[in-house]
Write a protein that binds this ligand. Structure first.
Ligand code: GDP
Ligand code: IMO
Ligand code: MG
Length: 429
């Protein structure tokens, strides 16, 4: 059986935690999209693991963890992450990397930085991990794939062609505004040596992850697809252009993970009990007051990858309903209910008022959002510590009402509730 776990907001919904919990039963975990722009946190036995590209199922010894076809890999960053994982006593013997995954090259990092700088105040606020420029090369069909990286002759040929083109691109687009250091880093010898060495270390993990996932499913095993980013960061369905460059929706698992849609039996959307966003772009329910600060501090809302403070706001049910529709969700895992403890009143956005009309379908273009003012329903809060709750009945009535309200509005059952960062602080509803 295949279950897809997908971010339902703007990322950082607690996917790492839920995937880790569900991985206890999984035979295979597949990351299908994105790269080390992701930061997935798993807390277990007092230890905190921050994973960027290594799938969050890695803490289970027998689970095969795949970095799938649609991912983009910065090999130097991946090797560092792998070393950190191993230093924690975790084995990587079951790690697999799909031949088709694209390689984030040093020039992608430079271009990401220069392109953000060139946009000035209109920048996207990317993670500057070279993700967009790498996917650009993939779409232009000049990208270097993992298969190429581990075949030195092919790698040398593709690198040479790309490097010449990138030097011309950087000069033409940005007037050679890369720093001296960046220019020195972009020589063939330096990149070839460093990346070939990394490729040689990673070669033993190379595999066809589409075969692994398909065969596991056919053999009656349990396969999890691990989402990165979130629905509102999807290149098509998100708040374009303030999005990432891949498809972090359930459809993306099919296209980029190489699995047919009929094989996915369950689609779980992961969300927080409020909303956050890092980087630029519209955020209708964003709070600029002390309640926003309260949520940021109580929920420790600082980026796992970049450390940036996350923008915080009320739960936007228009967005969650959109995520249910776009991803065909069969259930919700709602995290961070504990963060709301202590707030007297909780607001949930039930629509946007736009020129006298109420909109409940998330607008297709962000320009339409400019005239949208959130309409809120106010629900009572609670004061009780809920971090030790093990079942629905352990929650105060106000918390149960909050969950019931969300469920009813979005028309999708809440199946898992998170009341703390540790893998033990979640229970089935
Ligand atoms: P991801 O990118 O979706 O995996 O999420 P991140 O790891 O970037 O951010 C989620 C943060 O919330 C991490 O620090 C988690 O440890 C933490 N977290 C996850 N679930 C809960 C929860 O139910 N309660 C609290 N307080 N923290 C949680
Ligand atoms: P996880 O998997 C939150 C955001 C960036 C920026 C935009 C584009 O941890 O939920 P990019 O570097 O991808 O070109 O940046 O997307 N972004 C994320 N925000 N969580 C993430 O991943 C993100 N990955 C990218 O902040 O706004
Ligand atoms: Mg994250």
């Amino acid at each position: 059986m295949i279950t897809a776990l997908v971010g339902s907001q703007w990322g950082d919904e607690g996917k790492g935690k839920v995937i880790d919990i569900m991985s206890s039963k999984a035979d295979v975990v597949v990351r299908a999209t994105g790269g080390n722009n992701a930061g997935h946190t798993v807390v277990s036995g007092g230890k905190t693991y921050k994973l960027h590209l290594v799938p969050s199922g890695v803490l289970y010894d027998g689970t095969i963890c795949c970095i799938g076809a649609g991912c983009v890999i910065d090999p130097l960053s991946l090797l560092k992450e792998m070393a950190d994982v191993e230093a924690n006593g975790t084995s990587l013997k079951n790690l697999k990397i799909d031949y088709r995954a694209h390689i984030v090259m040093p020039y992608h990092l430079v271009i990401d930085g220069l392109s953000e700088k060139a946009k000035g105040a209109g920048d996207i606020g990317t993670t500057k991990r070279g993700i967009g420029p790498c996917y650009m090369d993939k779409a232009e069909r000049i990208g270097i794939r993992f298969y190429d990286l581990i075949h030195p002759e092919i790698f040398a040929e593709k690198l040479k062609a790309n490097l010449d083109a990138k030097h011309r691109y950087i000069k033409g687009m940005f007037g050679e505004k890369e720093t001296e250091e960046e220019r020195a880093n972009l020589t063939f010898e330096k990149i070839y040596n460093e990346y070939s060495e990394a490729g040689a270390k990673l070669a033993k993990y190379a595999d066809d992850c589409t075969v692994i996932a398909y065969n596991a499913d056919k053999e009656g095993k349990y396969v999890l697809f691990e989402g990165a980013q979130g629905t509102l960061l999807d290149l098509d369905m998100g708040t374009y252009p303030f999005v990432t460059s891949s498809h972090p929706v359930t459809g993306g698992f099919c296209v980029s993970g190489g699995i047919g849609p009929t094989l996915i039996k369950e689609c779980i959307g992961i969300c927080k009990s409020y909303t956050t966003r890092v980087g630029k772009g519209p955020f209708p329910t964003e709070l600029f007051d002390e309640t926003g600060d309260f949520i940021r501090e109580a929920g420790f809302e600082y980026g796992t990858t970049t450390g940036r403070p996350r923008r915080c706001g009320w739960l936007d049910l228009v967005i969650l309903k959109y995520a249910v529709r776009i991803n065909g969700l069969t259930g919700i895992a709602l995290n961070k209910l504990d963060t709301l403890t202590g707030l007297k009143e909780l607001k949930v956005c039930v629509g946007y008022e736009k020129k006298g009309e109420i909109v409940t379908d998330f607008p297709a273009d962000i320009n339409e959002l400019k005239d949208c003012v959130p309409v809120y329903e106010t629900l009572p809060g609670w004061d009780e510590d809920i971090t030790q709750a093990k079942k629905l009945a352990d929650l105060p009535e106000a918390a149960r009402n909050y969950l019931a309200y969300v469920e009813k509005y979005i028309g999708c059952p809440i199946k898992l509730i998170g009341v703390g960062p540790d893998r033990t602080q979640s229970f089935e509803a």
